[in-house]
Design a protein around this ligand. Sequence first.
Ligand code: ADP
Ligand code: ZN
Length: 768
Amino acid sequence: MPSRRTHFNSTALLQANPRMNQDQTMIVEVRIISRIEKPLTYAVPSFLESPAIGSLVRIPLMRGTELGIVSAHPTSIDFPKSKLRNILEVLYPYPLIASDTLTLATWMASYYGCSTAQVMDRILPPGIRKGLGAKEHVSLALTQAGREVDLTTLARRAPKQQALIALLLSQPGPVSKPAAIKAARISPAVCQELIRKGWIDEIRKNVDRIGYEDEAAAGDTLRPIEYALTGEQQNAVDTLLPILDAQSFQPVLLHGVTGSGKTEVYVKALQHVLTEPGATALFLVPEVALAPQTVGTLRARLEALGVHVVVWHSHLSEGERRDSWLRIARGESRVVVGARSAIFTPLNNLRLIIVDEEHEPAYKQEETPRYHGRDLAVYRAKLNNATVILGSATPSLESLYNVRVGKYQVIRMNHRVDNRTLPSTQIVDMRREFRKNKQLTIISNPLKELLLDRFEKREQSILFLNRRGYSTHMICPDCGWVALSDECSIPLTYHRSGNILKCHLTGYEMPAPARCPQCQSAKIHGEGFGTQKVEDVVKAILPRAKVCRIDADTMNKRHLFRTILSDFRSGRIDILVGTQMIAKGLDFPNVTLVALINADQSLYMEDFRAAERTFQLLVQVSGRAGRGEKAGEVIVQTSTPHASPIQFARRCDFDGFLDEEIELRREFNYPPFRHLIRHLIRCRNPEKANFYAQNWRKHLDTANIPDLEIRGPVSAPVEKINGEYRVQLWYFAARVIQSMHQIQQLRESFEWDKDIQEHIDVDAFNLM
Ligand code: ADP
Ligand code: ZN
C-alpha cells in the first residue's frame, strides 16, 4: 500500500538518524484545511523545524498529501507514537494565521450555520490555501560536495536521492524545488535529507507584491500636516487613550457628524497603540474604493513610527494577497487597511480595530459564510482583549441600541472641524414640480438654478441617484407590454449606450426592440430614469460644464474610479452624477451643492430598514457638501416631503429619529430586539419550491424550537432571479447560536430535493 510505504520511508529516516529516539519526537495536532472540523495527529521528523501553532504544514493522508494547520501541541497521545505518520513539510517558518483565528472560525461556523471548513476557505486567501506560490521562489542547486557524489553507489543505496542529484546535474542552473521534486518523482523528505547532508542548497528569493505602494505619495499631498485638534477631537482622544491603555475588550462608538474629523481621531489612536513594539491594528473600510484614500493617509502619518501599512481586499491579485498575508504574518506590516475580508488577516498582538462607516451594508458578506465584518470586528476585539472603535456619522440602529443598553461606550462629535456649518437642506416637493411643469421632472427648478449658480462660481456639485441606466424600464403604451427577461421578475433597464436592455440582477443583455414585440407598435419607449439620463439632462442644462458619471456601468475598468475621483478633486470635473457608490466617506472641499434626485427610492422598499437607510443616505449624502471653506447646500427631491426620515434628516435630529425608529422596532420585535435569520429556498420549478418550503415549515414546527418565531414561507420580494423562483422564511431568534444549532440539525435531517437550493442568512441585510 503506498500510504504504508510513505510511513515506512519516514520511519527508516528516523532510524537512520542516531540522534533521534522515538520519545523525543514532537507531536502536532493538525487540521486539514479542506476538512477542518476533526484534528489529526502527526509526528514532526527531526530534520524539520518544529512548527508553531498556526503553521501551515503538508501531511500525508491516505494515498495523497494535504495542507493543514497546526492547531495544538499535545503532550501525550493514547496510542504508541510509532503509529504516527510524519508531517512532510512546514511551508513557512512562522504561523500563517493569528492565534485567535481557529476560535473565530469555530464561532463563525456555529453562528452563521456553516462548516468550519467553509469558513476557513474564506479566511485563507487562495494563494495560501492552495499552498501555491509558497515555494514559487525556492530553487535547488548542487553544492560542491553534491557535484562530487558517486552516482553509481548512490543509485544502489538510495535511488531516490540519486534521481534528484542526477536531475540537478543535468540542468545548467538552479531548478525550482517543486518542479525538481515532481520531475524526480520523489517526496520532499528526500530533498530535505540531501539538504541536510549538505549536497544541495535551497535558494530562497522573496519579491513581495504589495498593493498600492504608490499611495504614500498621494497621501502626502492629501494630508500634509498634523492638525491641532479641535476641542471635540481632543475630548475624543482623551476618552480613548485610557481605554486603549486598559488593554481590555471595549467597543466604542465614535458618532461624529460628517466632517467632524473622525480620521484624525483614528490616527491618534493608532499612533498611540503602535508606539508599543509589536502591537498591531486593523482599519476596516466598507468599500474597496475607499481603501486607497485611507491607506494614503495612514502611510503618511504612521511612517514616522516605522510602521508599514498594507492594503487588503478582494480586488488584489492572488500574488499581492499572498505576499501581503505573509508580510503581516511575519509581523513586518503592523497595520492592515481593508474591506471586510481584512478581518481575517494574521495580525498578532492585535490592539485596535477601527471600523469606519460601521453602518454600511457593504460590511455584510452575501455569500456563505454570510458574516458581518463589523460584528466579526467586535468579536475579534473581544478574543484579543482589544479596543474596537466603530465610527460613523449615521450609526446603525444596532450600534446605537448597544450604546443605550450600555454595551458600547459612545463618543460624540457634533460639530464640523473649525465649526464649519452643516449644509442647509432644502426639500423639493416633486409633486408640485410635476404640476407646474406638466411633465415628469428630473431636475427641479430650484436645483437647476443652484447648478447654474455653482457653475458660475466655479464650485462643484454632486447629484445622487441610486439607479443606473437610462430608463428604469421599457413599456408599450398601446398594449401594456413591459420588457422583461424570461429569467427574472424585475423589468429590464434601458441603457442608451449600446441601445440595450439590461438585467441589473444577472447582467443579462439584449438589444432594445424598435417595435413592440407584442403588437408591433412603434410607440414603445423607456419610462423612469437612471443615472445616464440624469447625466444627459444636466449636460443639456449646462452644455459648457464638464459632467461625469460614476456607477457600476462606468466601473468595469480597475483604475477608472480613481481617475475620475482625482479629476474631480483637481477641479477638472464640475458635476459628478453617481449612485450611492460616491456617497461614502469621500471628501471634496470644493463641493458646495449636493442633490438627492429621488429620495423616495429607498424609502418604499420592502425592507424594515427602509427608514433607517433613507435617513442614513440623506445625512451621508448631505455630508458631502460644504467640506471646505465654503458653506454647502443640499437639495432633496421627493414626492413625500413629510415622511419622517426625510424630516429628521433635514434637521439632523439623530435622537428624534432613533427614538421613533427604536419604538417601531420594539413594537414589531424586529432587530435590534431580536436577530432576523432569513432562509431562502430556490428552485426553477415554483410548485416544487413552495412544496418543499411548506414541508420544511412543518418539519420545523414539529421540532418546536424554543424562543424562535417562524414566519413564512412566502415569496421573496423579487420572486424570480435567473430562472429560479425564490421562497423565504424568516426566523426571529433571541439567541442565535442556540437556535442555529437546532435549525442546522433539522436542516441536515430534512430531505431536500436535489433541484432545491437553499441558504440561511443570519442577521440578513438583503431582504430582496
Ligand atoms: P469625517 O470622517 O468625520 O467626516 P474627516 O476626518 O474626513 O471627517 O475630516 C474632515 C476634514 O477636516 C478633512 O479635510 C480633514 O483634513 C480636516 N480636518 C480634520 N481635523 C482637522 C483639524 N483639527 N483642523 C483642521 N482641519 C481638520
Ligand atoms: Zn404593444
